[in-house]
Write a protein that binds this ligand. Structure first.
Ligand code: F0G
Length: 409
């Protein structure tokens, strides 16, 4: 077997890894990269692998780009794993770590996938890249396209993209197109038009994106000193990231770097929960949510393109996908900010919200090793943050006025 193969997740048909492809030419299902772990291990066995600092490209031997590929990187990955003592105490568990991927160069986990995706786009000699996005993918793609000198076209749903993300996509020089419709409709347009318009799609249906994002799981194991968490809580929108984490954990386990793998708890917002609905009803088919709504606009998705990958991943891990309400998300966002110093956007607080709910329902052994993934930075969505916070108080420019105010509060 060659080191990396591109195969259909359903029928297993092999596809040419050196050509742009997102879906199986026989059955239409998504494609995934399969790595020959033995060959990969051989590549790292003689090097300085264990001593390298964590980052996406620490794991270059496990990433399917050619040895001569020009890598386009903003030094992504290597993000903090924050020990949250006060937050753990508040929630009622022994310890809690947050993997804060909001500290990536453009403020979300998307950069992990984009450094690989854009490196691949250039390897494939593509000139224009595109995506549909609830915001973060477009911000990240725009930044990396600029770095590599590619044209970038992003489609976003009208009126529902957080201000910071929009500013990023515009500032990085993308052609920003607002679609009168939601994310699912924008993604349909992207998928249907990309071939005809000669654009390379960098949504998470692109298997190379997943290969970048899986490095977050490797990093978590390295940061735990060669252990895997027992539970991983992660927000689910289009379903790419949860599948990517599972791929990373599984590969790291099968290469012998860690003894096991975590149970994955995927968290969706109540108003945009088609995958959680499947788990609740026991259905094996996805029923799309036609009008998804949530304060966590990043995961406002009703027809997740990666649902099959995610359902399979979460089930294999022994976990499930459940929901939290918008209020639970906002409460978690506030607690993370005030008790752990982590300012996450609402979707980036969904994992902690899910953990809080599980603890309340008594679903978790309180001494478990728990990691929550926070996927995006709070500065992305200043409107939600400000609307949830106490407004600044205004005083005259005197010490007495300050003293009076402090005594009164
Ligand atoms: N958290 C944040 C902050 C996101 O931006 C997204 C997805 C997710 C979680 C969910 O990840 O889709 O892989 O399950 N944002 C995409 C975007 C859809 O366009 O930026 P997923």
């Amino acid at each position: 077997m060659v080191s990396f193969e591109l195969k259909c997740i359903e029928c297993g048909k092999a596809h040419d890894i050196a050509k742009p492809a997102y879906a199986c030419s026989s059955c239409g299902n998504l494609l995934e990269i399969r790595m020959d772990t033995e060959a990969a291990l051989k590549r790292v066995s003689t090097g300085d692998f264990k001593k390298r600092p964590i980052s996406v490209w620490k794991y270059r031997e496990f990433i399917p780009v050619g040895p001569k590929a020009q890598v386009f990187s903003l030094d992504e990955g290597g993000t903090q794993m924050i020990e949250c003592r006060r937050l753990a105490q508040e929630i009622g568990i022994k310890s809690l770590k947050i993997k804060f991927d909001g500290t990536n160069p453009t403020g979300s986990f998307k950069d992990r996938g984009m450094t690989v995706g854009i490196t691949k786009a250039v390897e494939l000699k593509m000139k224009t890249v595109t995506c549909a996005s609830t915001g973060n993918t477009s911000a990240s793609l725009a930044a990396y396209a600029g770095l590599a000198g590619l044209k970038c076209v992003v489609l976003i749903p009208e009126g529902k993209v957080a201000l910071g993300k929009l500013a990023q996509a515009m500032m990085h020089g993308a052609t920003v197109v607002t679609v009168r419709g939601n994310f699912d409709q924008a993604l349909d347009i992207v998928m249907e038009s990309s071939n005809r318009l000669g654009m390379y799609v960098l949504n998470s249906v692109n298997p190379f994106r997943i290969e970048g994002q899986k490095t977050a799981a490797y990093e978590i194991c390295d940061q735990l000193g060669g252990l895997n968490p027992e539970y991983l809580y992660i927000p689910v929108g289009n379903g790419g990231n949860s599948a990517a984490y599972w791929k990373g954990f599984e590969e790291y386990e099968s290469m012998g770097f860690v003894p096991g793998h975590p149970v994955i708890r995927g968290i969706q917002a109540e108003g945009a929960a088609p995958i959680a609905n499947m788990f609740r009803s026991g259905s094996s088919e996805l029923t799309p949510v036609r009008k998804p709504e949530t304060v966590a606009t990043a995961i406002r998705i009703g027809k997740p393109a990666n649902w099959k990958k995610t359902v399979r991943a979460v089930k294999e891990s022994g976990g499930s996908v459940t929901t939290v309400s918008d209020q639970e998300i906002l409460n978690a966002q506030k607690s993370m900010a005030t008790l752990a110093g982590v300012f996450a956007e609402p979707a980036g607080a969904a994992a902690v919200a899910g953990l809080v709910k599980d603890v309340e329902l008594g679903m978790l052994d309180k001494s478990s090793i728990v990691v929550c993934v926070s996927t995006g930075h709070g500065l992305k969505d200043p409107d939600v943050a400000i609307s949830q916070s106490v407004k600044p108080m205004v005083i005259d420019a005197t010490i007495e006025a300050l003293q009076k105010l402090l005594e009164a509060s």
